[in-house]
Write a protein that binds this ligand. Structure first.
Ligand SMILES: O=C(O)CCC(=O)C(=O)O
Ligand SMILES: [Fe+2]
Length: 562
């Protein structure tokens, strides 16, 4: 995205002051053009503004958190400009949100590349400096081996005095090491705002623990960088990279600390029985007791606001984890003759290119459309969404909130964003027979999962009239159409808890299901989840279709089972 702004000669100094005020420290004005850089939601995306002179009469720029729109009031009077500021609250930079999406983790890798370059340059400079010192040291040491005989030599005597008067001072007081260090520190400061914060490291640690829990990963294997499932006696290797990333004792200790405080307290107390004089253990016990004392009963110690919404979901925990462990392959299902594939050309739009439809479950009815999008479309949708990704939220009473049970980033794409999104709505409408554009449906929600990213068992439809889902006045979410925009190397299947099966992440395929019965009641069987991603960057796109306006497309019925 390249945004143009008027050259300085067109924008009055007053406007520049306003722009600077809006952009605060983020705005700089080099040369004769305004170049403003802003970071969108803690990502490394910055939007350089073009320097060319434009003949247009409107100009816009993102400055700090504002969209600044400048327009001439009339072509006749170019001296008068109207400047509008739109606050882009939704691109507010939030810290501690790198771990929840693989895309931002990828960007963190680029940040480290910059740091490596700075450190490389520092090491080179310091090596020169140390080599100089070595040369000096070797020279002086060698001279001292012959010093007794040479001290009467006037040249030797002169060089000795000179060394002692100035050269040693240079060695001791040299500012070169300070200079080198300062350059390194300046380089670090430049990328500091892109660095993960404690919340990111803890989020990543929790992600790893989640993977260990859900997939029953062997701890020893995990510390050695290998994913093995099952008990120690019968280990199956799920994944072993060519280049293993093993964990240090400190890494493991940190993960342990991030984990379950009550369990940490139990274990520390037990250890203290065997090693009663271990001060560190005693201090840890005291610390854990204090944390637990200060936590109101029933609250999760580390994440008070992140509890799963409904305790009944906890009862489904074992079912859910068991399903995730199948990693999306339940071969026996293919023995059911009702689960079949067909070409679907039920709409004139599909006659020339029927959809490849696979019924993956009958009750509840769930279908998978293979190759629903092309590789190009999937790539385009991800590219369009990438700059707008923000930590995903869930409905929490009448509000929306971040939650531990949904770890991902997401962005909303309007159908008008691109011909690809526009065509997609038409194709979804053809496949489902439902209106798929606003206000009958929500915009496309594009989601990218992070380390151990997941979405625990939930319903897509609202289960309370107070839900923010009703804000659009289009009723509840009648159906879900979810497209897999990527494949996943391991894990990340979509689990349908009560239907007792998972769909693997099939790139470019789309899953469709009804959330509501024909009588408008929520279908409890539609409890579903996105299993934690073990390996890879999982992308999906959700199109949630609402009730209103679909009366002729899906007639109502009184039968509660239908
Ligand atoms: O990622 C998945 O497989 C499921 C996602 C989901 O259920 C949702 O976004 O509502
Ligand atoms: Fe869902």
């Amino acid at each position: 995205m390249l945004l143009s702004v008027p050259p300085l000669s067109v924008v009055s100094p007053r406007i520049i002051r306003l722009l600077k005020a809006a952009g605060a420290a983020k705005t700089t004005i080099p040369g004769d053009s305004l170049a403003a850089h802003t970071r969108l939601h803690n990502s490394a995306h910055s939007y350089p503004l073009s320097h060319h002179r434009s003949s247009q009469r409107h100009h816009s720029a993102i400055v700090g958190d504002f969209l600044v729109f400048c327009t001439s009031s009339s072509g006749m009077c170019p001296g008068v400009w109207i400047v509008l500021f739109f606050y882009l609250g939704h691109i507010e930079v939030t810290s501690g949100d790198i771990y929840s999406s693989m895309l931002t983790i990828q960007q963190a890798l680029d940040t480290e590349k910059v740091l490596i370059e700075h450190l490389g340059a520092y090491l080179e400079e310091e090596t020169y400096r140390l080599n100089d010192l070595h040369r000096f040291y070797n020279k002086v040491s060698a001279l001292h081996r012959i010093a007794d005989t040479s001290v009467s030599d006037p040249i030797f005597a002169y060089t000795l005095l000179k060394r002692l008067q100035s050269e040693w001072m240079n060695v001791v007081d040299s500012l070169e090491n300070n200079d080198n260090l300062r350059v390194l520190k300046d380089g670090y400061k430049k990328v500091e705002k892109n660095l993960p914060v404690l919340e990111d490291v803890e989020g990543a640690a929790k992600g790893l623990m989640r993977l260990q829990d859900v997939y029953s990963l062997n701890v020893k294997g995990l510390t050695q960088g290998v994913f093995q499932s099952g008990r120690s006696s019968q280990l199956g290797v799920l994944y072993k990279p060519d280049q293993v990333s093993s964990m240090s004792a400190d890494d493991c200790f940190h993960i342990g600390k991030t984990g379950n405080v009550s369990r940490a307290l139990d274990l520390s107390r037990e250890c203290l029985l065997y090693d009663p004089y271990n001060m560190r253990l005693a201090l840890n016990v005291a610390k854990y007791e204090k944390i637990l004392d200060e936590t109101p009963a029933g609250e999760d110690v580390l994440a008070p606001n992140l509890l799963r919404p409904n305790v009944t979901h906890l009862r489904t925990r074992d079912l859910y984890e068991g399903l995730c462990r199948t990693l999306g392959s339940q071969t026996f299902r293919y023995e059911d003759p009702r689960l079949k594939c067909s070409y679907d050309a039920n709409s004139p739009y599909l006659v020339l290119q029927p959809l490849k439809k696979e019924v993956v479950n009958t009750t509840p009815y769930i279908v998978l459309y293979h190759d629903f999008v092309s590789d190009y479309e999937a790539k385009k949708i991800k590219e369009l969404a990438a700059p707008w990704l923000q930590r995903s939220v869930v409905a929490s009473g009448m509000q929306q909130a971040q939650a531990e049970y949904r770890i991902s980033k997401s962005a909303w794409l309007k159908d008008t964003a691109d011909p690809v999104t526009r065509n997609l709505d038409t194709r979804i409408a053809a496949a489902t027979g439902l209106h798929a554009k606003a206000p009958y449906a929500e915009y496309l929600q594009v989601v990218n999962y992070g380390i151990g990213g997941h979405y625990e068992p939930h319903f897509d439809h609202a289960t309370s009239r107070k839900s923010p889902l009703y804000r659009t006045n289009a009723g509840n979410r009648i159906a879900t159409f979810m497209i897999y925009l990527s494949s996943v190397d391991l894990g990340g299947a979509t689990a349908f808890i009560y239907a007792n099966f998972t769909t693997p992440v099939v790139k470019n395929a789309a899953v469709f299901w009804w959330n509501l019965h024909r009588n408008g009641e929520g279908n409890e069987d539609m409890l579903h989840a996105g299993c934690p991603v073990l390996l890879g960057s999982k992308w999906v796109a959700n199109k949630w279709i609402h009730e209103y306006g679909q009366e002729f497309n899906r007639p109502c019925g009184l039968n509660p089972g239908e």
